[in-house]
Design a protein around this ligand. Structure first.
Ligand code: CA2
Length: 145
């Protein structure tokens, strides 16, 4: 059976492709899911994409990943800059984690420059647009092989 990678997405990312295309591009989360699904098939990986506007639901998906996933790709969105709870949950997950940001958080407001997640992540991709998700999937494939 193929390994599964969880692709977790934080608040407001359900609106991708609908607002602020100059920052976040034109692709929707569904487009990202299709691209990752297709790439996953060539890499021999299954993917499960989840988005929530609620911090606790993301924490619970990280707990589920402990039994169900070989790796996590996570764009925690605004929770990147606030959430010790998501960091603590990721610290209970004993497999690769890649943090993705669509925009380059270091070119933006100073409050976006600190991530609670980066110290746990095995890699961080920021500023590659929505291609960051497929780049992360390619890299995590090498880490879980
Ligand atoms: O660049 C990223 O991927 C971010 O994680 C996106 C977050 C932001 O708080 C982080 O600092 C960087 C915001 C996601 C908001 O998503 C939207 C999508 C479409 C329209 C408006 C917001």
């Amino acid at each position: 059976m193929s390994k599964t990678i969880f692709i977790l997405n934080g608040p407001n990312l359900n609106l991708l492709g609908q607002r602020e295309p100059e920052v976040y591009g034109h692709k929707t989360l569904s487009d990202i899911e299709s691209a990752c699904d297709k790439l996953g098939q060539t890499l021999g990986l299954g993917i499960k994409l989840f988005q929530s506007n609620h911090e606790g639901e993301i924490v619970e998906h990280i707990h589920m990943a402990r039994d169900q996933a070989a790796g996590i790709i996570i764009n925690p969105a605004a929770f990147t800059h606030t959430s010790v709870a998501i960091l603590d949950a990721l610290n209970t997950f004993d497999a690769p984690v890649i943090e993705v940001h669509i925009s380059n958080i270091y070119k933006r407001e100073p409050f976006r420059h600190h991530s609670y997640i980066s110290g746990r992540a095995d890699a961080v991709i920021s500023g590659c647009g929505t291609d960051g998700y497929t780049l992360a999937l390619r890299h995590i494939a090498t880490l879980v092989s």
